[in-house]
Design a protein around this ligand. Structure first.
Ligand code: DMJ
Length: 472
C-alpha cells in the first residue's frame, strides 16, 4: 500500500474500477460529507452542516487532517491533493492556542504520520515533527504524567481549570504516535516521554485485576477517584494501546502483553454480564463494588481489539468473547427505531416478557456518528471472513444515510435515535466521522486482506494506520 504520489494519481482510476457497490456507497457518503466541509468549513475544525458554518476546537483544520488518509485509501486523488495544498500553504502550528494533548495526538499527529506513510510525502512528516515538538511541554509535570492541555504557541501546559488530574486513557493513548515519531525522526525524546508514562502506570496501586481507575493525578502520579472501573470514557483506549503497542513493537515488550492479558481476565471476572431476553454478553461498570449494567458506545472498540489480539496469537477465547460482544454492539443499533446506537446503553437484566435488551435514558439517546462498532465489524469480518458483519455494517451505513445525511452537504450527529420522525439533528459533524467511521466502513466492505493488512499495520485509536516495526 505504499505508493509514490505520481503512481498514486495514476492508479486512482483503476482503484475506483475495483471498488464494489458497497465501497462505492462509502465513497459517495465521503464525498457528500467532504462537499459540505469544503463549502462551509474549509480549513476549520468541524462542519456545522445545518447552519452551513463551522466550529473551532483548536483552529487547526482538524477534519481536513483527520480525513487525509481516508481520502488516500478511498482513492480520492483530487481531494487529497487539494487538502495537501492546504496543509502545505496554510497549516501553521506557531499559534497561541491550547490543544488537548490526547485529542490532538490521535487526530493530528496520527493523521499526519499516516498520510506520510501512505503517500511517502515528507511534507506530512515535517509537519508531524513540528507538531510533536510543540506537544512536549505537556510532559513537564512533577510526576511526568502529562497535563491534558498544552499551548502549542507559548509552550505552556496545564491541567483543566477544575482539577490537576488527567484521565488514564488520555495519558496512555498517545504512545503509538510518539513512538513512531521517534522511529521516523531518530529523536528519542518523544518515545522516552511517552514510555515513561506506560512504565509508571504499570507499577501503580489501585488497579483491580488489571483494570484501571479513570483518573490520574499529574502532581503525585497516583490514580485518584479509586474504585470505579469502566471500559468506556476515561479508560477505554488504555486497554487498546497495551495490545497495539505490543503489536507495533514486534510482540517483544512482555510487560505490555502481561498487562493486557491481565486486564482481559479482569474484564471477564468483574465486568461481564448477560442481558434479557436475548442473553447478550455486555461489559458493565463497577462502582465501589456495585455492578451497573451500563455500557458506553465507546466500549464497542473492544470486540475489534480482542479479535486483533487473537489474530496475533492470544488465546482463542478472546475471539469468542469478541464475537459475543460484537453481537451486542450490533443489537445496540438494531434495537433502536432509527437503527443507530445511543451514546450509552443500559442492559435489561430482568426476565419480563417483551422487553428489549437495550434500554436508553433520555440523556443518552444521542448519536455522534461514532466509529467503534463499525471499527469492530471491520476486524471481525477481516479475521473471521463471516459476511454477516459486512451486512450489519451495510445496515448501519443505510441508517446514517437515512437519519444523519444533510441535503446541502455533510452529516450531522442527532439527539434522538429512538424517534425516526424527529431524530433532531445537532448541527455537528465530528472529524472522526471522516477519519474513522467512513474509513472503517470502506475497509469492512473490502474482501482484500492485503488492503492495509493487519500483519503490516496497526491502527491508532483514531483509525490512522501506522506500520508494525520490522524486526531489527
Ligand atoms: C475518537 O476520537 C477516538 O476513536 C477515541 O478513541 C474515542 N473517541 C472518538 C470516537 O468515538
Amino acid at each position: 500500500m505504499l505508493f509514490g504520489l505520481r503512481s498514486y494519481v495514476h492508479m486512482a482510476d483503476e482503484w475506483a474500477a475495483s471498488q464494489n457497490a458497497r465501497q462505492k456507497a462509502v465513497v459517495d457518503a465521503f464525498l457528500h460529507a467532504w462537499a459540505g466541509y469544503r463549502k462551509f468549513a474549509w480549513g476549520h475544525d468541524e462542519l456545522k452542516p445545518l447552519t452551513r458554518s463551522f466550529s473551532e476546537w483548536f483552529g487547526l483544520g482538524l477534519t481536513l487532517i483527520d480525513a487525509l488518509d481516508t481520502m488516500w485509501i478511498l482513492g480520492l486523488k483530487k481531494e487529497f491533493q487539494e487538502a495537501r495544498k492546504w496543509v502545505s500553504k496554510k497549516l501553521r502550528f506557531r499559534k497561541d492556542v491550547d490543544v488537548n494533548l490526547f485529542e490532538s495526538t490521535i487526530r493530528i499527529l496520527g493523521g499526519l504520520l499516516s498520510a506520510f506513510h501512505l503517500s511517502g510525502d515528507v511534507l506530512f512528516l515535517k509537519k508531524a515533527e513540528d507538531f510533536g515538538n510543540r506537544l512536549m511541554p505537556a510532559f513537564r509535570t512533577p510526576s511526568k504524567i502529562p497535563y491534558s492541555i498544552v499551548n502549542i504557541g507559548t509552550g505552556v501546559a496545564h491541567p483543566p481549570r477544575w482539577t490537576s488530574d488527567s484521565t488514564v486513557s488520555e495519558v496512555t493513548s498517545i504512545q503509538l504516535e510518539f513512538r513512531e515519531l521517534s522511529r521516523l525522526t531518530g529523536d528519542k525524546t518523544f518515545q522516552e516521554a511517552a514510555e515513561e508514562v506506560t512504565r509508571h502506570v504499570h507499577g501503580l496501586h489501585g488497579k483491580l485485576d488489571g483494570l484501571v481507575p479513570m483518573f490520574i493525578n499529574t502532581d503525585r502520579g497516583s490514580f485518584t477517584r479509586l474504585g470505579v472501573f469502566t471500559l468506556g470514557a476515561g479508560a477505554d483506549s488504555y486497554y487498546e494501546y497495551l495490545l497495539k503497542q505490543w503489536i507495533q513493537g514486534g510482540k517483544k515488550e512482555r510487560q505490555l502483553l502481561e498487562d493486557y492479558l491481565e486486564a482481559v481476565n479482569g474484564i471477564r471476572k468483574h465486568l461481564l454480564a448477560r442481558s434479557e431476553p436475548r442473553k447478550l454478553t455486555f461489559v458493565g461498570e463497577l462502582n465501589h463494588g456495585r455492578f451497573s449494567a451500563r455500557m458506553d458506545h465507546l466500549v464497542c472498540f473492544l470486540p475489534g481489539t480482542l479479535a486483533l489480539g487473537a489474530h496475533h496469537g492470544l488465546p482463542a477465547e478472546h475471539m469468542k468473547l469478541a464475537q459475543a460482544l460484537m453481537d451486542t454492539c450490533y443489537q445496540m443499533y438494531r434495537q433502536m427505531e432509527t437503527g443507530l446506537s445511543p451514546e450509552i446503553a443500559h442492559f435489561n437484566l430482568h426476565r419480563t416478557k417483551a422487553v428489549k435488551d437495550v434500554q436508553v435514558k433520555a440523556a443518552d439517546r444521542h448519536n455522534l456518528l461514532r466509529p467503534e462498532t463499525v471499527e469492530s465489524l471491520f476486524y471481525l469480518h477481516r479475521l473471521t471472513g463471516d459476511r454477516k458483519y459486512q451486512d450489519w455494517g451495510w445496515e448501519i451505513l443505510r441508517s446514517f444515510n437515512t437519519y444523519t445525511r444533510v441535503p446541502s452537504g455533510g452529516y450531522s450527529s442527532i439527539s434522538n435515535v429512538q424517534d425516526p420522525r424527529h431524530p433532531q439533528p445537532r448541527d455537528k459533524m465530528e472529524s472522526f466521522f471522516l477519519g474513522e467511521t467512513l474509513k472503517y466502513l470502506y475497509l469492512l466492505f473490502s474482501d482484500d486482506p492485503d488492503l492495509l493488512s493487519l500483519d503490516t499495520y496497526v491502527f491508532n485509536t483514531e483509525a490512522h494506520p501506522l506500520p508494525i516495526w520490522a524486526p531489527s
